[in-house]
Design a protein around this ligand. Structure first.
Ligand code: ADP
Ligand code: MG
Length: 275
């Protein structure tokens, strides 16, 4: 193995990646993404923001190995990703993806059971993950008995027990109210610090991106490309209180400068006011 240079330890990368969805039954092909280049540094918290439909989920799925790039190279821990989600990558999806027919505990245990992990180890890891996510008292409850924020914590627990080294989250708090979102952001920061994992968070919320991340990639309208990558310079010990920091407004302002025109494009506006 090569010796890691501090700050240059690339955990996962996309090089010159594009994704075109082929047309089906006479519909035209959709050029959804790229070309994009992205180098995620080991242990960093990276957010991707961009207008709706710009290719964010596509980017996440290509990076996770859930779908294949049309062109370009994707790597995780130095190896090309092809055809399946590699061991070490955990995904939290956009929608509440908890299994309604399983208790919270069984939801969290799902992946480990499927992988045939030893029951004693499953018990340890699930109990630990539920305690960490504040769900111990709800272990026997079903998702329908929980709030939206708690259900999303169940989904995070389900990923956490697999001990991923790279965690990909696709707009995990999209359906939650603003205050719950801020608090869930704190949970993800805690998770990030405790696991030491690299995190890629997709969000359409600029404040969320600015509060949580070391770096934020602002994407253009479809086909999504990175227009700018903004470094926040936040300390590792941080939480939602950072929204009152003077630098916070500067970062969200800069992101909005990038995204305003692109968001209008995605709404079908030219960006020029009618006279
Ligand atoms: N399976 C698919 N087949 C065809 N087009 C798709 C498919 N999935 C997504 N798209 C299109 O690709 C573009 C990007 O989608 P997506 O990655 O979901 O964007 P985002 O997550 O940024 O909202 C959109 O125009 C969407 O309609
Ligand atoms: Mg999406």
């Amino acid at each position: 193995m090569s010796v890691a240079v501090p700050g240059e330890d690339i955990h996962a990368s996309l090089s010159d990646v594009t994704r075109v969805y082929p047309g089906v039954a006479g519909t035209p092909a959709v050029h959804a993404l790229g070309p994009v280049d992205l180098k995620l540094k080991r242990g960093e918290f990276f957010a991707v923001v961009g207008p709706s439909g710009c290719g964010k989920t596509t980017l996440l799925e290509v990076l996770a190995g859930l779908q294949q790039a049309t062109a370009g190279t994707v790597t995780f821990e130095g190896r090309p990703i092809a055809g399946k989600v590699p061991d070490g990558i955990g995904v939290v999806f956009q929608e509440d993806a908890s299994f309604p027919w399983l208790t919270v505990w069984d939801n969290a245990a799902f992946g480990l059971r499927r992988n045939g992990v030893d029951p004693a180890k499953i018990r340890r890891r699930v109990d630990d993950a539920l305690a960490f996510m504040g769900l111990t008292d709800f272990a026997r409850a079903y998702p329908a008995q929980l709030s939206g924020g708690m259900r999303q914590r169940v989904c995070i627990s389900r990923t956490l027990v697999l001990q991923p080294r790279l965690i990909l989250l696709d707009e995990p708090f999209g359906a939650l109210d603003a205050q719950t979102r801020l608090l869930m952001g704190d949970e993800v920061l805690r998770l990030w610090r405790r696991t030491g994992a690299t995190i890629l968070l997709i969000t359409h919320a600029l404040d969320e991106a600015a509060m949580l991340s070391d770096r934020i990639g602002a994407m253009s309208a479809r086909p999504g490309r990175f227009m700018e990558i903004v470094a926040t310079g936040w300390p590792r010990e941080r939480d939602s209180k950072i929204v009152s920091d003077a630098g916070f407004g500067e970062i969200t302002g800069r992101l909005w400068d990038n995204l305003r025109g692109e968001s209008m494009k995605s709404l079908g506006h030219s960006g020029v006011a009618a006279g």
